[in-house]
Design a protein around this ligand. Structure first.
Ligand SMILES: Nc1nc2c(c(=O)[nH]1)N[C@H]1C(S)=C(S)[C@@H](COP(=O)(O)O)O[C@H]1N2
Ligand SMILES: [Mo]
Length: 195
């Protein structure tokens, strides 16, 4: 039995049936022959995966809801890709590496904690509802962090930098909350920076 809709959404969110496309800057053109994904910073050895390396990793599927800080939610998204804990298991973190800055095409960044990267449902996704990710939604790969507001789910993701201290990403620098838990409505650090 499915849960009633009313109990499903975090406070202040409204369900939308269409899947909005939101981002700053242009949609990048990606060549899979030159695409790579890197884990760097406070790791014992940097990891670089080519597209072929990435596609050889074990597949992971997870269904989750997306909650944008601007109040729309798009529920029941089936994502297919690679679990982030699979990728993190390929490296050895420095003991002080508790934070991460996610890097995407064109300079978009977002800030996360390493323990949040290892949570259930957190993944690098290349399919949405059975179809290859569209260019607008992040082709070839986007991060999915279902338990935090959707600005953390970087489209066109290219790497993760491991850090000892939190570093603000694109929206966190512009007043969004550092952590962004939708169930606690951690939207903006202060009301004056609301856009
Ligand atoms: N690279 C990149 N990723 C991004 C963004 C962006 O501007 N650039 N915007 C974020 C925000 S604010 C939201 S709500 C979601 C929107 O994802 P969608 O376009 O697939 O709905 O992408 C997130 N990931
Ligand atoms: Mo957003």
């Amino acid at each position: 039995m499915s849960k009633p809709q009313t109990n499903k959404l975090p406070p202040g969110q409204v369900e939308t049936s269409k899947f909005p496309v939101i981002h700053s800057g242009p949609v990048p053109d990606i060549d899979l022959n030159t695409w790579d994904f890197r884990l760097f910073g406070l790791v014992s050895e940097e990891l670089r995966l080519t597209w072929n390396d990435f596609m050889e990793l074990p597949k992971y599927t997870s269904t989750s809801d997306a909650h944008c800080v601007t109040t729309w939610s798009h529920t029941n998204n089936e994502w297919e890709g690679v679990a982030l804990h699979t990728i993190m298991s390929l490296i050895t973190l420095a003991p002080e590496a508790n934070y991460a800055l996610v890097h995407a095409e064109g300079g978009y960044t977002t800030s996360l904690r390493v323990d949040d990267l290892l949570r259930e449902g957190v993944m690098l996704a290349y399919k949405h509802n059975g179809e290859v990710l569209s260019r607008d939604h992040g082709f070839p790969v986007r991060l999915i962090v279902p338990h935090l507001y959707f600005w953390k789910s970087a489209k066109w993701v290219r790497g993760i930098e491991l850090l000892a201290e939190p570093k603000l990403g694109f929206w966190e620098q512009r007043g969004y909350d550092l952590y962004g838990d939708p169930w606690l409505e951690q939207r903006y650090r202060d009301t004056t920076s609301r856009t």
